[in-house]
Design a protein around this ligand. Structure first.
Ligand code: ACK
Length: 299
């Protein structure tokens, strides 16, 4: 959309952080764009807080820089919410661009699911014992999605890898790299750019040539996220690749099969999130209420 690519430098300058306040620590992870490191941020009133710093590789292209600036602007438009990773500020003067984020002690939900899968092989009871933790996380992600929709933002990359888990087990939506502002028209239309897209999490309207995203596209991805939890972090549609192939399968009523580790009711909720016509999908509030009414759907 017309407003989706705007970078408001004045808004960014208000949130500038002097990079001298950062003490860079260990590497947390690497992506195509750059890397995420643990750091401490010196507080004006004294003391330090632990933060995560997302920085570009030194040889990053200017498009990567523009993307990171846009990501920051979207996070500023989003505003604070308990289920969205917090933005402390941004360093852009005198060196590489660095996004300073709230630190999530337990890393990504995907990581947590892989750990749980390994644990459950040794002892099946951990699944039932930890069920409520994952149920609460999914309710939390819904609350985050409700907030995004209220700010007319579409995230476009809701997946277990992009949900971060903080100290108290609070799930936080992270990685706004693909997020867009839909304020002007209520949807975002994908440009012809060759950005890497999370095809297996994308609703059919996003997979089509005239890719179009609304907050209901995020609900579709949330359904895939529920499936990832019930599959303990396995990848959806193994062996199926390419936007056209996935789109054709979905159009022909193919859906991800029911995971063993969830109830029929929970699978029915996933199927509602995967209604082909986005108007027939529930919104995040409806999904959250259904999760709250059925807190034993997983494992
Ligand atoms: O799955 P992870 O441990 O959690 O590995 C990835 C990696 O960095 C690349 O994205 C981790 N990560 C990203 N943002 C944060 C954050 N704010 N706090 C803690 N870890 C983070 C992510």
């Amino acid at each position: 959309g017309p407003s989706s690519s705007s970078i408001d430098m004045d808004m960014l300058k208000e949130r500038e952080i002097d990079r001298g306040r950062l003490q860079i620590g260990q590497l947390l992870g690497e992506g195509a764009f750059g890397h995420v490191v643990k750091a401490t941020l010196e507080q004006p009133e004294g003391g330090n807080v632990v933060v995560a710093v997302k920085k570009l590789k030194d040889n990053a292209e200017t498009t990567a820089r523009t993307d990171l600036l846009r990501e920051t602007c979207i996070m500023l438009l989003c505003g604070d919410h308990d289920n969205v990773i917090g933005l402390k500020g941004i360093c852009f003067r005198d060196g590489p661009l660095q996004l300073v984020l709230e630190y999530a002690e337990h890393g990504s939900l995907l990581h947590l699911l892989w750990t749980l899968r390994a644990e459950s092989k040794l002892n099946r009871t951990v699944l039932v014992n930890k069920r409520h933790i994952f149920e609460n996380m999914m309710v939390g992600v819904c609350c985050g999605l409700e907030h995004l929709a209220s700010q007319r933002l579409v995230h476009r990359d809701i997946a277990a890898r992009n949900i971060l888990i903080c100290g108290k087990g609070t799930a936080k939506i992270a990685d706004f790299g693909l997020a867009r502002d839909t304020y002007a028209v209520g949807y975002h239309r994908q440009g012809r750019g060759n950005e890497l897209l999370p095809l297996k999490w994308m609703a059919p309207e996003g997979l089509k040539n005239e890719a179009m995203f609304t907050h209901k596209s995020d609900v579709w991805s949330f359904g895939v996220l529920l499936w990832e939890v019930a599959q303990l972090g396995r990848t959806p549609y193994p062996g199926m690749d390419g936007a056209d192939r996935i789109y054709d399968a979905l159009r022909n009523h193919f859906r991800l099969p029911r995971p063993q580790l969830c109830t029929e009711e929970r699978y029915q909720l996933m199927l509602k999130c995967w209604k082909f016509n986005e108007k027939r999908r529930p919104d995040a509030t409806t999904v959250r209420k259904q999760l709250e009414a059925d807190p034993n759907g997983f494992f």
